[in-house]
Structure formats: structure tokens, C-alpha cells
Design a protein around this ligand. Structure first.
Ligand SMILES: [Zn+2]
Length: 550
């Protein structure tokens, strides 16, 4: 506090040159560390001085310890490795926090185990109230088939049930849920969505894309404003524990934005948030005069988010060639080019950055078409168009992305964690998926992006997956897209900062930048890549404060 007011005082006198920040007293000095700074001019350091939540100095032990004053705390790091805090540039923190508060975690290894968990929850739920689950993954259950309406009816006959798939783009419901939602045999599929039916016309229980809305509408939103804040608090703890100090919320609502602010005000926000606003709320935001960048270093309004196609883990991404073993299945679009353009134009003209979810090559081409058109119609100096996921690419996509310097946000942990889904895409196609090597070689700036809940978020798992391209079972997918450890760390730090226009504020350990860092239990540069995922995060610091200590 003292530092801030002094700095303001100094700035008020326009005397910054006379009293540079470096003259301030450090609150804290970390020394005897193995710092990987991600600062090209000063890549390695032994010590940092921190004041008012920012790095004051970065250098050798002698240089930095010399700055110590009476009130400076000093911590000997015992030569532990330190990196900048990791930035998960596309994830769903507020939403997943609330899901953890309310829903059954269905990340279980058999349908029987899921039924058991649902039964248990139903026993504690008043009859007629919804029993809800999330993180169900049809490729990770031992039965080798998808959950169906009968499984759910058997487990929970007296409550409506809806289980969200890990990929988010489909739900699995029971018979009572269809009744509550008013969906019957004669209900047509909505545009952009499917109530899946079997060959005899019976509902299977699977609800795809925009058809999910029919059920979402009738599930009461029981979350209070306190619950919203609690959800943020819970997920922030989970994430900072794994080395994450900043996130991009990829599909926020005004209520989410409020939840992040509430958590910050109550001291429960240990990570920074760049909050994208979903297209369906954009009118409210524009009417209020809000645009990208409003906020501060803790909670900032991000871009506008739209969705062009389905999910990789749910195998609904819109591809030019069909899924392996499903010759007629090319995935699904979630919006027309005109819809993407209309919302995109409105937001872009009002000063918003745009981020559009596109996994399949055909969907990416559609989004690029919209971005190219907007760039012609409304030229802007530094648009930083984002393609969220940008999973399956080809040469022409890369050329078009280069021309506009589009930012790709590919899944960081999918190869490692979701290896069993890769067979649906096939070895050949994997050479062009999550294409970090290609993006870097083209001069683009890909980020780290978990997309949690669909993907896992631990920062070390992201490094592991990106460096090894090896899944949990030891299978290598698309080895040509491997990046070096140094590149993976840049992707997870400075590139994430760039994706939110904050590269001068964070993403590296440099004087003047926010003091966000991670202390690791082992040095990843001395590690066999096959064990990167097991490196423990010992401490996480955001804004000069330890927010996690093991
Ligand atoms: Zn997402």
C-alpha cells in the first residue's frame, strides 16, 4: 500500500526518471534460485527482488541481495527451479467451479461406477429435483460403449438426470428429463442440434450441441451470488496448486464477471482472469459501454467468444474428412458463417477482440473467412484475432493465419490425457492436430490452453504433452509437432500474456512485471521428458504473495 501511494506521489510530480522504481525497497527477496525468466535478454537468474507485487530487480544473488533494506524478507530457494507463473489462456474456471460445487464428478472408469455415484446423489436429493453430473467420458469407461437412457433410468428413476460429457458439447439424459423438458417422439431436432434417436426412432439419451439448450432451460439455476463466488474460490485453489497464475475464461457471462470481482474483493481470487464474454450476452455489454481491456491486472474483460463447431473429445468437430470408422460422420457446425459474421461485426466494431471456437479444418476456414472480411471492412492496428482450439490445420489455413497474425489456442493436454480419442482422427491426421511445431515455425504465437473441464489443466502435464506428444499408454501421436521444453514454457507463459494484450505486464520474470512465479520440485531441464508430468509444484506466487505452498 505504502509503495503504491509513494509511486503515485512520484508520478504526480512527474519525477519518475529521478526516482525510478528500482530505488523502492523490496518487500521480498528470493535468492539461490534457478530462475528461467523467459526474458530473452536475461534468460537465467539467481535472485529476484519484489515490491508492491511486482519484480523490482532480477539478477545474481549479490546484485539483488544488495538491494535488501530493513523491512525486506529474504527467502533462500535452495537452488530450486523457478519459472514465470503459467497462463491457461482458454479454460472455464467460474463454470467448472460451480459444477464442482453442485454436480456429480463422473470422471469414473465404468458405467456401473457412474450409476453408483448417481444413485448415491439421488438418495440425498428431494424427488423431482435434478440429479446432475459432469466430466463423463465415454472413451474411458470399461464397458466400451456410451451411457444410455436405460442406464440412467435404472440408476435414477425418480429424478430427472442430465450428465454433461467431458467435451461439454453433449449431454446424456434419462426418461424423466425428456418429460420435464417437453421433448417427445414428435419433437424435431433444433437447428444446430440433435436429440439422438436409434434406428427404431427411440431416444438414446444423447443430446447434441444446440439441443442441449432445451434441457438447460428447464434446469433451475439454484446458484446464489455467494455460490458463484465460492465456485471461483474453489477452482482457483485447484488451479494455482498446479502452477497456474492467470487464466482466460473462454465463455464468461456477466454473472461470471461479477463472481470474479466478488472473489477478488473477498480475498479469494489468487489468480488473474481475462474474461471472455459469450456472444449471447454481448448486446448487454456493448450497451453498457464495455469493451475488451476494461478492468485491472486481476479481473479484465476479454474478447467476445463464439462457437463454430463441435468438440474434439466428443468427436463432433467439423472435419473435411470423416471420422475413422464412421464414413458418414464429418462432425457438426454450431453456427453459420453469417451468424459468426453478424455477431463478430457488431462486437468488433465496438472495440472487442474476437475469439472463436473452431476445431475442425472446415470450421477454422469458416472462421478465417469471417476474420478476413472484418479485417477488410474495419481495419484495426492490432486485432489479435484468436481461434480457440484451432485443432486440425492445413497449409492454406496456416498461410491465412500468418497473413492476419491470428493467435491459435490449441489443447495443451489432449495428446497425453485423451489419447484414446485420437484413434477416431487417425495417425495421419494427428500430424496436423494441436500443431504447435507448425504454428511456431510459421511465426504464430500459440498459447497453453486446457479448456477445463474438457481437458486437464496442470501446467506440468501441458509441458509433458507438448514436448513428448505421448499419451498415458505410451502411444506417440504426431511426433512431428513436438516442441522443445523451452518453447513449451514460452507457450505457457509469455504467449498467454500476448493473447490478452498483457505481454508488457506478465508472462516473464522481468523488472516492472507482475511477480507471478512457480517454484518446482525438480528442474524440468534436467528431467527425462517422459517424467515431466510428475514434477511437483512446490509453491505458486501471484502478485508477490504465495498463493500455494505444498
Ligand atoms: Zn472452451
Amino acid at each position: 500500500m505504502i509503495e503504491t501511494s509513494r509511486r503515485n506521489f512520484v508520478l504526480g510530480l512527474s519525477a519518475l526518471a529521478v526516482f525510478p522504481l528500482q530505488r523502492a525497497e523490496p518487500d521480498l527477496i528470493l535468492y539461490n534460485g534457478n530462475f528461467w525468466t523467459v526474458d530473452a535478454k536475461n534468460p537465467k537468474a539467481r535472485a529476484v527482488a519484489i515490491s508492491g507485487g511486482r519484480f523490482l530487480a532480477v539478477g545474481s544473488n549479490e546484485e539483488v541481495l544488495r538491494l535488501a533494506a530493513g523491512g525486506s524478507r529474504k527467502i533462500d530457494l535452495g537452488m530450486k527451479t523457478v519459472t514465470p507463473g503459467f497462463i491457461d489462456a482458454h479454460t472455464h474456471p467460474a463454470m467448472s467451479g460451480r459444477l464442482h460445487l453442485r454436480r456429480v464428478d463422473c470422471d469414473l472408469r465404468s458405467i456401473a461406477a457412474i450409476q453408483g455415484a448417481l444413485r448415491e446423489r439421488a438418495a440425498k436429493t428431494p424427488p423431482g429435483d435434478w440429479v446432475l453430473g459432469f466430466k463423463y467420458d465415454d472413451t474411458k469407461t470399461s464397458e466400451g460403449r456410451a451411457l444410455n437412457v436405460k442406464d440412467l433410468d435404472d440408476a435414477v428413476p425418480d429424478h430427472p438426470v442430465s450428465i454433461n460429457h467431458r467435451g461439454g458439447h453433449m449431454d446424456f439424459v434419462n426418461t424423466m428429463a425428456y418429460k420435464v423438458a417437453g421433448v417427445d417422439k414428435n419433437t424435431p431436432d433444433p437447428s444446430g442440434g440433435i436429440f439422438e434417436r436409434d434406428s427404431s426412432g427411440q431416444f438414446t439419451g444423447r443430446i447434441i450441441e444446440r439441443a442441449q439448450g432445451t434441457f438447460e432451460k428447464v434446469i433451475p439455476n439454484i446458484f446464489t451470488r455467494d455460490d458463484y463466488r465460492e465456485g471461483v474460490k474453489l477452482i482457483s485453489k485447484m488451479m494455482t496448486k498446479t502452477g497456474i497464475t492467470s487464466v482466460g475464461d473462454a465463455l464468461g457471462s456477466p454473472e461470471d464477471l461479477q463472481a470474479y470481482q466478488d472473489a477478488r474483493d473477498s480475498g479469494d481470487l489468487p489468480m488473474r482472469v481475462y474474461c471472455f464474454i459469450a456472444w449471447n450476452y454481448i448486446d448487454r455489454m456493448i450497451a453498457a459501454g464495455v469493451r475488451t481491456g476494461l478492468g485491472d491486472e486481476w479481473v479484465r474483460v476479454g474478447g467476445m467468444k463464439q462457437i463454430a463447431d463441435g468438440a474434439v473429445s466428443g468427436r463432433t468437430a467439423r472435419l473435411s474428412q470423416p471420422y475413422i470408422g464412421h464414413p458418414n460422420d464429418y462432425g457438426t457446425f454450431s453456427a453459420t458463417e453469417e451468424e459468426l459474421y453478424e455477431y463478430g461485426r457488431k462486437a468488433y466494431a465496438a472495440g472487442w477482440q474476437l475469439g472463436t471456437h473452431a476445431n475442425g479444418d472446415v470450421a477454422i476456414e469458416r472462421v478465417l473467412g469471417v476474420y478476413e472480411r472484418l479485417n477488410r471492412e474495419i481495419p484495426r492496428r492490432d486485432p489479435r484475432f484468436r481461434i480457440e482450439h484451432c485443432t486440425l490445420i492445413n497449409d492454406s489455413i496456416i498461410q491465412r493465419m500468418r497473413a492476419l497474425s491470428v493467435i491459435p489456442l490449441p489443447f495443451s493436454t489432449y495428446v497425453y490425457y485423451h489419447g484414446e480419442k485420437m484413434q477416431y482422427y487417425g495417425e495421419e491426421r494427428l500430424k496436423h492436430m494441436f500443431a504447435l511445431r507448425t504454428f511456431l515455425d510459421a511465426g504464430l504465437r500459440p498459447t497453453q490452453a486446457s479448456d477445463y473441464p474438457p481437458g486437464e489443466f496442470p501446467a506440468m502435464m501441458a509441458l509433458h504433452s507438448e514436448v513428448t506428444r505421448t499419451d498415458l499408454h505410451g502411444h506417440v501421436w504426431g511426433a512431428n509437432q513436438r516442441v522443445t521444453l523451452e518453447e513449451a514454457i514460452r507457450i505457457g507463459t509469455i504467449n498467454g500474456a500476448y493473447a490478452s494484450y498483457e505481454e508488457n505486464l506478465k508472462g516473464s520474470i522481468q523488472p516492472g512485471k507482475l511477480a507471478d512465479l512457480v517454484v518446482l520440485g525438480r528442474d524440468p531441464f534436467k528431467e527425462d521428458p517422459s517424467t515431466l508430468v510428475s514434477i511437483p509444484v512446490e509453491r505458486t506466487m501471484t502478485g508477490g504473495k504465495w498463493v500455494y505452498e505444498s
